[in-house]
Design a protein around this ligand. Sequence first.
Ligand code: NDP
Length: 255
Amino acid sequence: MIQDIKKIALVTGSSRGLGKNTALALVKKEVDVIVTYRSSEAEANNVVSEIADIGGKAVALQLDTSNTKTFDNFVERFEQSLQDTWQTGQFDFLINNAGIGINAPFIETTEEDFDRLFNIQVKGVFFLSQKLLPLIKDEGRIVNISSGLARFSLPGYAAYASAKGAVEVLTRYMAKELGQRQIRVNVLAPGAIETDFAGGVVRDTEEINNFIASQTALGRVGVPDDIGGAIATLLSEENRWINGQRIEVSGGMFL
Ligand code: NDP
């Protein structure tokens, strides 16, 4: 039997938004995908069906990246899925995308909100990547997702943007230490994109949408299709020498 040589990606938080768009963009580049969701099981199953419709293979797994205590169990289920669906014990690409936005002024940010943001966006990325390392192939790739807000500042994102800043530093350390296995690690920072993120504020609030468009060189707010393809392309062989870098994908916000 001819071995299936398709690459396999794990995209966290791919039931909706940028993760879903990335999953579909990867499938169009002949990459199979493991989709994860926190609570939107039906949406995740729909993504799996959409992937099947365009000729790809995918499975959906539940994962809460805010709770490191669940990671051993997740890795077990993940390994089982790799075996059951692809008859392999390893995968190629990890995209640490799952995240939430909480908009609160610095002075009003609660410790609870701070912990929620850092648990999902920093601690989760750190320890999930660590636990998955034995399953990532040598020469595999990791893409962490940051935000334009880690470069420029808008009121209301002190905790969120600090968490993304931490992910950017973490990315450089991961790249430095995983280079010996030829694993490339980069961080992609989207600008403001119209998704459900932070209650859909960028998409649904005309004033904010217009303001962002006015501060963007290309004159509009981003849409998911601006991001998924960029992530899929970053993972292509042609970009193998890009390592330890922050790549902003924002249409030129606040230049
Ligand atoms: P969405 O709100 O549209 O989607 C979020 C995804 O993450 C969903 O799949 C959701 O699962 C999952 N998720 C949420 N919390 C958890 C958790 N605790 N554990 C596991 N999965 C979780 O957001 P976006 O697609 O817009 O955002 C994706 C990433 O992009 C985030 O890291 C965000 O910070 C970043 N980003 C977004 C920008 C934007 O303007 N949209 C700009 C810059 C960065 P479920 O459906 O089950 O809830």
